[in-house]
Ligand binder design. Sequence first.
Ligand code: ADP
Ligand code: MG
Length: 308
Amino acid sequence: MTDAAISLQGLCKTYKGGKQALTDVTLDIPQGQIFGLLGPNGAGKSTTINILAGLVTKTAGKASIWGFDIDEHPRNAKRSIGIVPQEIVFDPFFTPFEMLELYAGLYGVPKKERRSMELLRAVYLDDKANAYARSLSGGMKRRLLVAKALVHNPPVLVLDEPTAGVDVELRQQLWEYVRALNARGTTVVLTTHYLQEAEELCDRIAIINHGRVIANRPTRELLAMAQEKAVTVTLDRDLATAPQAPCFEKIELKNERSVVITYSKDKVNAGEVLAALQGAGLGIVDVSTHEADLEDVFLNLTRTPAHG
Ligand code: ADP
Ligand code: MG
């Protein structure tokens, strides 16, 4: 037992046909957080989620949900998690209300404890309670899937790429709802390939790339990694080699008349960097700066080539 909401140890998945989607994924998702599993398309996010959902069989390793090993205690593990899948699939013949009742029944939730209308209200679908599911828009269907994932009141809610096909306004409503759920104690895990989404919502972010976890830190620490700043300087004469100075983290010749200097903005400022160039006898013709953000950190971390 750990006090992690989800614990993955040495998780591996090789699909039939040989694609190795996960390699030795070890990750603890703390209780009570909004946790982001961030990675480019094809990184292995859905594979991870689908193993937890029981839809994909892992090749090796262990996974537990709310302390329940998915192999040893599959029923308890399943009851502890609600998953909103990436792909929208459900039976078009049920109304939203009927669908929630049906799933509550499958989870053994007694009639008097069901809260189908409350859930529909929460995802702004109460006016569609008795509509045909097939008449719902893409965004409505996704919100219905969120409600469906919550019928058994699980302590952990997982959303796999929740904003795919959801317009901006509904996205904000979805996030408000997710934040409110989290404030009431639900651990939320979301996968996304949108950095900004993860940055905005998540307490902690793990980055997965080519089936491996390459970072796992509080969001603010990842942001602090974005301390590097770059300045492009055009000089008054041609250079054969780039001048050096202690305050440069890195200097590269962009062409014979301009250099790109990377410096750490918590150590030096642009003035000192430029003064170092002038100190080397160079005249400055033009300057432009570029602020690193989480996007750069992400690109830096995920730039490594595929293994194997
Ligand atoms: P993500 O959700 O991060 O975009 P996935 O977990 O869906 O990534 O996919 C990870 C890798 O596994 C990809 O290379 C994908 O093509 C491959 N993959 C996913 N599902 C299958 C499958 N059913 N059979 C074979 N390969 C698959
Ligand atoms: Mg996916």
